[in-house]
Design a binder for this molecule. Structure first.
Ligand code: ATP
Ligand code: MG
Length: 432
């Protein structure tokens, strides 16, 4: 049995005999030579077939097309003209899977690429992004486990809403209609901190987003944490340390991928070397007015354009705190000194990428929560199970939710969040 090495290992080996396997990334040929750039998950390498060695099967070689899979044995040789500096002079090969008229060629529309997403996943940029995505998931897990958090899971079928009825997906649950796909784990996570104290998850969240923006999906991966005995500052500190850890891991492990994506890695450095900027909402409005000439009326939520302008001023994430109570969810604690603002925070990624994390300290006063639910048109009776968390041994606590694709989009410098997930789901796109 031949033992195969990855293309990257072959490049590292630099000389001698080698066997590799993969897919044809590019091909060109002449009467005497065929050049195939082979790719596998690790890298690409040029392979050269000489007609004199393969006279009997030259026709077959000559007809090889992009994305056919093959195994190749040969001798490694340094060659500065080759795309990754080395080439394989082929002595033997086997076609494993033919490919004819691969639909994806140069310069196709984004719509066409979206229809052929299952094939587009093989592109170098998608592969680079998916590798970074894998690092990000691993980094989230190791951060929380290192900090002593338990991984915990909320149900996806839920009977209460948490982030506003307008983005709820209802499901037909055996004929019952008051069942929704989870927008967040939160209402089912808070009950668990009275047993586990420190918990986190990475799970899909669902939001019926009607807007076509470059940062909203209808299904996204949500990394959330909930912490007992926490003050507001603890929540922000964990968010900052988590993001620093994620970015550091990507810079350590994915230099090559950032290069493929043409992402300037130096833009990410300040996030790990400098403290994040912390601003109150009111201060943010002042900066928007003075430095960006944008006037936002106090009491209005920051819109995408305003977050964009604000974060273009900085090279580290900005944590905006103390938003007006009316723009935030019912469970956030009022600021003791200014009850019209809440102890909630949004982390905005620099360079105009905008919100990546939303968190808060949770209101523990039962009557206040009931009132806020009523104010938002909800029936507190539906929330009885949740309200019990405030009836029996409640403690100060809080948490945050991080949109994993938002973070990937920022780290990779992607124009649209859709490229941060293999099969993006939006209002218009649910196929393939
Ligand atoms: P936005 O104002 O951008 O819609 P939000 O205030 O609705 O965000 P939260 O409810 O605080 O967001 O959710 C926590 C995090 O989940 C956000 O900071 C963001 O990173 C992520 N997120 C929220 N909605 C989406 C979405 N539709 N697609 C991808 N990520 C999302
Ligand atoms: Mg939203």
């Amino acid at each position: 049995m031949t033992s195969f090495t990855s293309i990257q290992d072959a490049i590292n080996k630099a000389s001698g005999a080698v066997s590799i396997r993969g897919w044809i990334y590019r091909e060109r040929g002449s009467n005497k030579l065929k050049f195939i750039v082979l790719r596998d998950s690790s890298n690409i390498i040029q392979c050269v077939f000489e007609r004199t060695k393969f006279e009997k099967c030259w026709e077959e070689i000559d007809h090889l097309q992009v994305e056919a899979s093959l195994t190749i044995s040969g001798t490694l040789k340094q060659d500065d003209r080759a795309p990754t500096g080395y080439e394989v002079q082929v002595s033997d090969f086997k076609i494993i899977g033919k490919s004819e008229n691969y639909p994806i060629t140069k310069d196709q529309s984004t719509e066409f690429l979206a229809d052929n997403r299952h094939l587009w996943l093989r592109s170098r940029k998608m592969v680079a992004t998916l590798k970074i995505r894998s690092t990000v998931f691993a980094a989230i897990h190791d951060y929380f486990r290192k900090e002593g958090f338990y991984e915990y899971h909320s149900p996806i079928f839920q009977s209460v809403q948490c982030e506003g009825g307008s983005t709820l997906f209802s499901v037909d649950y055996f004929g019952k209609k008051d069942v929704f796909l989870g927008q967040t784990w939160q209402l089912y996570a808070e009950p668990a901190i009275f047993g586990l104290e420190k918990i986190y998850t990475i799970s899909p969240s669902f939001r019926a987003e009607r807007s076509k923006t470059s940062r909203h999906l209808t299904e996204y991966w949500h990394a959330e944490m909930e912490l007992a005995w926490a003050e507001f500052k603890d929540i922000m500190d964990h968010g900052e340390k988590l993001l620093k850890h994620i970015v550091q891991k990507v810079l350590q492990e994915n230099k090559a991928e950032l290069e493929i994506l043409e992402r300037d890695a130096s833009k990410l450095l300040p996030t790990i070397t400098k403290p994040f900027l912390r601003l109150t909402y009111t201060e943010a409005l002042k900066i928007l007015k003075e430095k960006c000439k944008i006037k936002v009326e106090w009491g209005k939520d920051l819109r995408t354009i305003e977050e964009e302008k604000l974060t273009q001023l900085y090279d580290v994430p900005v944590i905006v705190t103390h938003y007006p109570k009316i723009v935030k969810a019912f469970y956030m604690t009022e600021n003791p000194l200014h009850p019209d603002v809440v102890q909630g925070c949004d982390f905005l990624a620099p360079e105009g990428f905008g919100e990546i994390v939303g968190g808060s300290h949770r209101e523990h006063d039962l009557e206040k929560i009931k009132q806020r639910l009523l104010d938002q048109g909800e029936d507190p009776a539906e929330y009885e199970f949740y309200l019990d968390t405030r009836r029996y041994g409640s403690v100060p606590h809080g948490g945050f939710g991080l949109g994993v694709e938002r973070v990937i989009r920022w780290i990779c410098g992607l124009e649209n969040i859709k490229d941060a997930i293999p099969f993006p789901r939006t209002m218009e796109r649910y196929k393939p």
